[in-house]
Design a protein around this ligand. Structure first.
Ligand code: MN
Ligand code: MN
Length: 296
């Protein structure tokens, strides 16, 4: 693993996130937000680690713009912008919530505070359950609810979810942070009347290769090779391949490859009671004495 590549990815991710944080998005198309974020990453000499997520209101995560997406950010919307940058597969994962409904300002602040407090205690050998404790306690103190079934995660080269989960609620003791290993910490909060659980929605607009295998279908095999060469095991959006493939044809082939379990999708995640969800996220690397906040 290359700390240097993580730092490069992290610096770019932080710049792009902070640009998104200060922009006024009301009236802008989700598609244009995604494209700007992804282009800013490329202009800075890195690649998006996954399609920019622009999840609105009760959608907690995993929404990215479709090829001809007409959705526009409206007054009173709460928009999670989740950004991934990679340099040689070293991924920086960070998110910010843009809030255009003052009713939810305190919810956004509480989540940001929970992230700050959580990141402070990260260090090699600290138990990840301590993060869950801090996040849940912060939610309780501020009268909100953490999303129970969304968590942070370890990161590995070309792998967003590398096997370890960092809880956002109190749990029994789990793994300890390893030094020089990257982790994403990402509290999600909803309001007190929310269920605190997300479920898979019907829509899916993000995909990734699950396994590489020959199907015998010439076109599908060619697409799988193409996807492997461009994205390896990282997530991608349909709109990312339309310079080389026709939309209708690629949709059909993706469905075929999903049936064969060679591609998997990330359905959108929706709050169980339809309440608004907010998110904050940093990528960190624990050290023997403290922590490197890669996306500070
Ligand atoms: Mn993220
Ligand atoms: Mn993440």
């Amino acid at each position: 693993m290359s700390i240097e590549d993580y730092q490069k990815a992290g610096k770019i991710a932080a710049e792009v996130r902070d640009d998104a944080r200060k922009r006024y998005h009301v009236g802008e198309m989700l598609l244009s937000i995604c494209e700007r974020v992804e282009n800013m990453i490329r202009e800075r000499g890195a690649e998006p680690a996954f399609p920019c997520n622009v999840s609105l209101n009760e959608v907690a995560a995993h929404y990215t713009a479709e090829p001809n997406d007409q959705n526009v950010v409206k007054d009173n919307d709460v928009l999670k912008i989740d950004i991934g940058v990679h340099v040689n597969g070293h991924i920086a994962d960070t998110a910010v919530t843009a809030c255009y409904n003052p009713k939810y300002d305190s919810l956004v602040n509480a989540t940001e505070f929970a992230l700050q407090e959580a990141v402070k205690i990260v260090k090699a050998d600290v138990n990840a359950s301590d993060i869950g404790k801090i996040v849940e306690n912060t939610a309780k103190k501020t009268n909100f609810k953490p999303i129970h079934n969304l968590s942070g995660h370890s990161l590995a080269q070309y792998t967003i979810h590398a096997g370890k989960s960092i809880p956002n609620i109190r749990t029994t003791r789990t793994f300890c942070f390893a030094p020089n290993q990257a982790y994403a910490i990402e509290p999600f909060f909803t309001t007190k009347d929310g269920s605190g659980i997300v479920y898979n929605g019907k829509m899916k607009s993000i995909y990734a290769i699950a396994t590489r295998k020959i199907t015998g279908d010439k076109n599908a095999d060619a697409l799988l090779d193409y996807l492997w060469n461009r994205f390896k095991t990282l997530p991608f959006a349909l709109r990312w391949i339309l310079q080389d493939y026709e939309e209708k044809e690629s949709r059909m082939m993706l469905e075929f490859l999903m049936k064969k379990k060679l591609i998997h999708s990330y359905p959108i995640l929706v709050e169980g009671s339809g309440k608004f969800v907010v998110q904050a996220e940093h990528t960190v690397i624990p050290t023997e004495n403290g922590v490197i906040i890669v996306t500070r």
